[in-house]
Design a protein around this ligand. Structure first.
Ligand SMILES: [Zn+2]
Length: 262
């Protein structure tokens, strides 16, 4: 599935929200504003704030995905500039997420759809369950910028407010609430809708290794992650590949390159 992801402003209530457009083509690819894309399309989407049914125009500019325009924006020229992906990511990173005082036990994630949770004494119902998977394959980038496992939930309050909740696998504060949709950090983040199969990431392999090391492999929707930790539980390798075989090959290649050089 190719997934296009960008902001969309509802022409009825003027609220901005994240919009996704799926193309079932057997690929696994995310496209953000600024990425190469050729075909403009029109589809219908429901506003998360006012439930209005809106016509969404998938805009292409200079053979790049430019974003999702509503009917007013088609005529007012908002999409006349060349799409700039850096600007879009900068905006998304700065978007307000605020942190409720609650903490959720990551071991109990993911919540099932329909679960009721309380945030800052307001009750919400879980409507959709997502996981963002970091499919970065560069081992050095993975090691230098470790990223926790993250679940996102689309929530609705009793008064009909929509919010997005992020629960991260980190110590301390691990809960963030956004009123602008799911926030992705970079192009190697893939958003997976797991509402219909809200299960944990499965451990598919675990073994003790030389020198007190441990090797563990996990099955994500988009591939297999292998972690090698030393006797002090420090991560020495963090591999992400499409299949277990490819991930194991990458482990071997890294060993030959002398990752373990103590
Ligand atoms: Zn609206």
């Amino acid at each position: 599935m190719t997934l296009l992801y960008a902001d969309f402003t509802c022409p009825v209530c003027q609220n901005e929200d994240k919009q996704m457009y799926e193309i079932k083509d057997g690929k696994k690819k995310m496209i953000f504003p600024g990425d190469a894309f050729l075909e403009e399309k029109v589809f219908e989407a429901e506003c998360g704030y006012c439930d209005a049914k809106c016509k969404v125009q998938l805009k292409v500019m200079n053979n790049k995905f430019a974003g999702f325009a509503n009917e007013d924006e088609l005529s007012n020229g908002k999409f006349k500039n060349d799409p700039d992906k850096d600007k879009v990511f900068k905006k998304w990173k700065s978007e307000k997420t605020f942190s409720p005082s609650e903490r959720f036990d990551f071991k109990k994630q993911p919540f099932k759809p329909g679960t009721e949770i309380t945030l800052n004494s307001e009750k919400f119902n879980i409507e959709k369950v997502y996981r963002t998977e970091w499919i970065e394959k560069d081992v050095d980038i993975r090691l230098d910028h470790p990223r926790p496992d993250i679940y996102w939930y689309e929530l609705k309050s009793q008064s009909g407010l929509k919010r997005w909740l992020k629960v991260e696998n980190v110590e301390g504060e691990n809960v963030f609430l956004s009123d602008k949709g799911i926030v992705v950090m970079d192009r190697e983040d893939v958003v997976e809708d797991i509402t219909h199969n809200p299960v944990k990431i499965k451990e598919i392999y675990k073994d003790d290794w030389f020198g007190g090391r441990k090797i563990e492999a996990y099955q994500y929707v988009n591939g297999v992650r292998i972690l090698v930790t030393d006797h002090k539980k420090r991560t020495e390798m963090d591999i992400f590949e499409d299949t277990f075989e490819e991930a194991m090959e990458a482990v071997e290649e890294n060993m030959e390159l002398g990752v373990f050089n103590e």
